[in-house]
Design a protein. Structure first.
Length: 114
């Protein structure tokens, strides 16, 4: 842990245009996404529609398509795109010296609220 950030691991451990998950003790797992341009985003790993595992979806640009019913979720805001309505909790994430970090406070808060 680096201050208020949790070190998840190297950026290279997350496939480009893919995701990996991080378990949260007493809460829902978090999906960490890497886009084709190496931006990282963290969301609670469940679609607002039917709770599908977003980490198993396909990343297109800065959105992910839920593997269950193809709802598209904006990775930055967690909001459903288009006619679909719903939102997934987001967790601040960043890359520092090639390491992926997520906000400790927001990760805990999101896990408790889920």
């Amino acid at each position: 842990m680096i201050g208020d950030w949790i070190d998840i691991g190297p950026l290279s451990a997350i496939p480009s245009r893919g995701a990996r998950t991080v378990p949260v003790a007493g809460g829902e797992e978090i999906a960490i996404f890497r886009t084709g341009d190496d931006a990282v985003y963290a969301l609670v790993n469940r679609c607002p529609h039917k709770q599908g595992p977003l980490s198993q979806g396909i990343v297109h640009g800065h959105a992910v398509a839920c593997p269950l019913h193809n709802w598209r979720i904006n990775l930055a805001s967690g909001e459903a795109i288009g006619d679909d309505k719903g939102c997934v909790p987001t967790i601040p994430a960043k890359v520092d010296a090639g390491r992926v970090l997520i906000s400790r406070l927001h990760a805990v808060t999101s896990a408790l609220a889920a």
